[in-house]
Design a protein around this ligand. Structure first.
Ligand code: ADP
Length: 164
């Protein structure tokens, strides 16, 4: 049985993240979504809220579990007995970053391998940081995040301003 760990800040979870989780769940017996408790980023949502928002997005997938963690991703993977770390790739710049990260992780923990999923074409423009910026400026993020996530984001920034 292969367990895969899909780590990220998921601040908040987007349709692109859910797409990767669904595809990983079809390939691996078990998928653990690992939510970084304290990434080096400015966060909109605390770790428990990020866990809840992701859990609600994958409640239809019985082999997916959502957990928060601290510290090194490879250490958490080892704790879980995960053989694979899953990431998503949208662009060349994602690739550069993931490439460096994969080499570093392999050096730290040679028994865990990295598998990257190419973003689906419809979601390759979707990013948590950009959609937060759009929502903050009063733009509409419908379709970029699950409906319950859009509601949580609008609760922070207010409803989008209509252009009509
Ligand atoms: P980070 O782990 O750098 O904080 P995120 O939490 O935003 O980044 O994303 C977690 C993982 O999901 C990363 O591998 C990222 O490249 C990937 N990802 C983000 N958005 C998408 C998308 N729209 N489609 C596919 N993969 C994505």
């Amino acid at each position: 049985m292969v367990t895969a760990l899909y780590p990220g800040s998921f601040d908040p979870v987007t349709v692109g993240h859910v797409d990767v989780a669904v595809r990983a769940a079809a390939l691996f017996e078990k998928v653990v979504i690992g939510i970084y408790s304290t990434p080096s980023k400015n966060l909109l949502f605390d770790a428990d809220t990020r866990v809840e928002l992701f859990q609600k997005s994958v409640e239809h997938l019985p082999n997916v579990e959502v957990r928060k963690f601290e510290g090194l991703v490879v250490r958490f993977a080892r704790e879980l007995g995960a053989a694979v770390i899953v990431r998503g790739l949208r662009s060349g710049s994602d690739f550069e970053f993931e490439f460096d990260m994969a080499f570093m992780n392999r050096r730290l923990e040679p028994t865990v391998d990295m598998v990257s999923f190419m973003a689906s074409q419809d979601y390759m423009f979707v990013s948590s940081s950009l959609l937060k910026e759009v929502a903050r400026l009063g733009g509409d993020i419908t379709g970029m995040v699950p409906a319950h996530v859009a509601k949580a984001v609008y609760a922070k920034f207010g409803k989008p301003v209509s252009d009509n």
